[in-house]
Design a protein around this ligand. Structure first.
Ligand code: GRF
Length: 214
């Protein structure tokens, strides 16, 4: 049975689209059981509908605090019985209770080679620092923002003359490759979260799986 997978979005959903395309092409074995958004205007909801995936939306502004919103999201998501949660541009910080409820079953993608550059504006920060390499990281979500164990990184060489926008576009193309691949490894059970670490094929993974792109 394919792993029941919820995808959480807030915006455009190009990563969501990469999942849909990979499942449709038969290269990714996940059951995309719901796409959830906190933003009713998110274009990703239209992508989900076009793909025939159930959608759900709860607006965080309707709740007095993070905890009550997160409780409502849990209740809604659990109707779909997800085994894996994919954060794909979900612009919300998760409460500890939310992370605990789905412990070891939430993946995020962050546009930097973590642990370098957690937080925002990663592309400009990489250019400002003159780094040779940049990319994106798929990691398990823990209470620490952008800090959970890394599963996979896609890296590319930085052109010092490119703009932050150009770099961002190239990194997103990398994301569309590595996120479905990494999620597939988790969905199939080859990669698991155990005692705060990523375990790959039964071996503790000190370093993420690395894919290099031109
Ligand atoms: C991605 O670039 C990811 O790194 C970040 O949010 C962005 C989402 O983009 N976490 P999209 O909505 O999938 O196009």
């Amino acid at each position: 049975m394919s792993c029941r997978t919820a995808i959480l979005i807030s915006g455009s959903g190009t990563n969501l689209q990469a999942f849909v395309d990979a499942v449709t092409a038969g290269s990714l074995d996940l059951n995309l059981c719901v796409v959830f958004s906190n933003n009713p205007e998110a274009f990703g909801l239209e992508r989900a509908e076009a793909a025939g995936i159930p959608t759900a939306c709860i607006q965080h502004n309707d709740f007095p605090d993070r905890e009550s919103f997160d409780r409502a999201v849990i209740t809604e998501l659990d109707r779909f019985e997800p085994e894996l949660l994919i954060l794909a541009g979900f612009m919300r910080i998760l409460s500890p209770a939310f992370v605990a409820h789905y412990r070891g079953r939430i993946l995020n993608i962050h546009p930097a080679l973590l642990p370098r550059y957690p937080g925002l504006n990663t592309h400009q920060r990489v250019l400002d620092a003159g780094d040779e390499w940049h990319g994106s990281t798929v990691h398990f979500v823990t209470e620490e923002l952008d800090g959970g164990p890394r599963v996979m990184q896609g890296r590319l060489r930085v052109d010092p003359d490119e703009s932050a926008e150009e770099l961002q576009k190239r990194v997103q193309t990398v994301e569309h490759q590595i996120y479905p691949e990494a999620a597939g490894l988790v969905g199939s059970g080859r990669v698991v979260f155990r005692h705060g670490d990523a375990v790959v094929d039964g071996e503790l993974a000190e370093e993420p799986i690395v894919r290099t792109y031109e």
